[in-house]
Design a protein. Structure first.
Length: 388
């Protein structure tokens, strides 16, 4: 059996090696390292894939979130509501801009932000909502957009884990995640479903005026060289990373299909194991809620395959897997509202019952495009033997 990787970037690279190597060499020979043709071509190709007017590449996913908020003109003290159960970058940029983060609980099945908690958290100072499409499944965007429209709030989609996922709205339209809110951000960190070989990110929007503002922000506030019209930053996707992403983008749907196929095999193996709860599909993009993975839609792209283990010592299980040569992850072990950097006396533990339980139960298994049946069989048998 091949060595099991949490993410097998080498195996994926070998499938596209010729195109990647040729494209990277072309960039080096052209010396167009910054804002070269590869960047502009990737931007256009991703706009076409997402069916969105504007993709603005930038240096990384955290910058993308920050720049999105800068582009919206949010002011210090404005409140931004987001999920308690996610990676810190989502709340980090809110704090960096001297905005006020407002953390709320998530749904127990999808792990995504709970619209009921959003409604409860809105105050006169609330200006924006940041739903995170966690682990590759879309948040409940119909209800979130309804809330936003009702209260005149911006919606900033954090699509770092969800690129390529579909969302079927109540009006019957199918949209890609990242194209539903007023603006969205994504990350091209190497382990993402669409990842480069370094850091990279992008901002998406259908708003022409907002796109223009953001194009200046990413480039020191310049629209014309040495004319600084807005306060900006230096955040650009370099041409070599764009070349890698161009090689991968035509394969993104295939990559996501491979992840779903691996998730189905995991789910099948864990059937009937009462203390293992496999990922729940909420029904965004599907007709009904269900606990199986659809063959007919693209509603979950499985950036992570995350189990809940009930009445099991999760940390002991993680140690056991590592001892058996099976990498795993706990995403996330500490709620954001309990992190030292984001402590706030406004928070009440009773408002975070789901998150506080999830951090004790979740464990993420290897998930990537190169997983094979032998590896999945070994992983699942090892877990079942332990929990039984």
């Amino acid at each position: 059996m091949k060595k099991i990787q949490m993410v097998d970037l080498k195996g994926q690279y070998e499938q596209i090696k010729e195109q990647v190597d040729s494209s990277v060499l072309d960039v080096i020979q052209s010396t167009a390292f910054i804002n070269g043709p590869e960047v502009h071509n990737f931007q256009k190709e991703l706009e076409e894939y997402l069916n969105i007017k504007h993709v603005i590449p930038c240096a990384n996913g955290t910058d993308a979130l920050q720049i999105a908020m800068m582009g919206l003109g949010l002011k210090p003290g404005d409140e931004v509501i987001t999920a308690d159960f996610t990676f810190a970058a989502t709340v980090e940029v809110i704090a960096l801009l001297q905005l006020t983060p407002v953390l709320v609980d998530v749904e127990p099945d999808s792990f995504n932000i709970d619209p009921k908690a959003i409604r409860k958290a809105i105050t006169p100072k609330t200006k924006a909502i940041v739903p995170v499409h966690l682990f590759g499944q879309a948040a409940n965007m119909d209800e979130i957009m309804e809330i936003a429209n009702e209260h005149k709030l911006f919606v900033i989609e954090d699509n770092a884990q969800g690129i390529g996922a579909d969302y079927k709205s109540q009006d019957g339209k199918t949209l890609k995640t990242g194209t539903i809110g007023h603006i969205a951000s994504t990350s091209f960190f190497p382990s993402k479903n669409l990842g480069c070989y370094g850091d990279g990110g992008a901002i998406f929007t259908n708003n022409n005026e907002l796109a223009h503002t953001i194009r200046g922000i990413v480039n020191h506030g310049m629209y014309k060289r040495y004319h600084h019209d807005v306060v900006g930053v230096n955040s650009r996707l370099d041409s070599i990373q764009a070349a890698v992403l161009r090689a991968k983008l035509p394969n993104l749907d295939q990559y996501n299909n491979a992840r779903r196929a691996a998730a189905r095999k995991y789910n099948k193996a864990f059937e009937g194991i009462s203390n293992i709860i496999t990922p729940q599909i909420k029904g965004n993009g599907c007709a009904t809620n269900h606990d199986t993975i659809c063959d007919t839609c693209n509603c979950h792209v499985f950036h992570q395959y995350t189990l809940k283990v009930i009445d099991v010592d999760r940390d002991a299980l993680a140690q056991h897997l590592n001892e058996k040569g099976i990498p795993c992850g706990v995403y996330y072990p500490i709620p954001l509202h309990s992190q030292k950097a984001y402590l706030d006396e406004r928070y009440n533990e009773a408002d975070f019952t789901v998150t506080n339980q999830l951090v004790k139960e979740v464990i993420s298994l290897p998930m990537h495009t190169e997983l094979d049946n032998e590896q999945i069989d070994f992983i699942t048998k090892t877990i079942i033997d332990f929990v039984s």
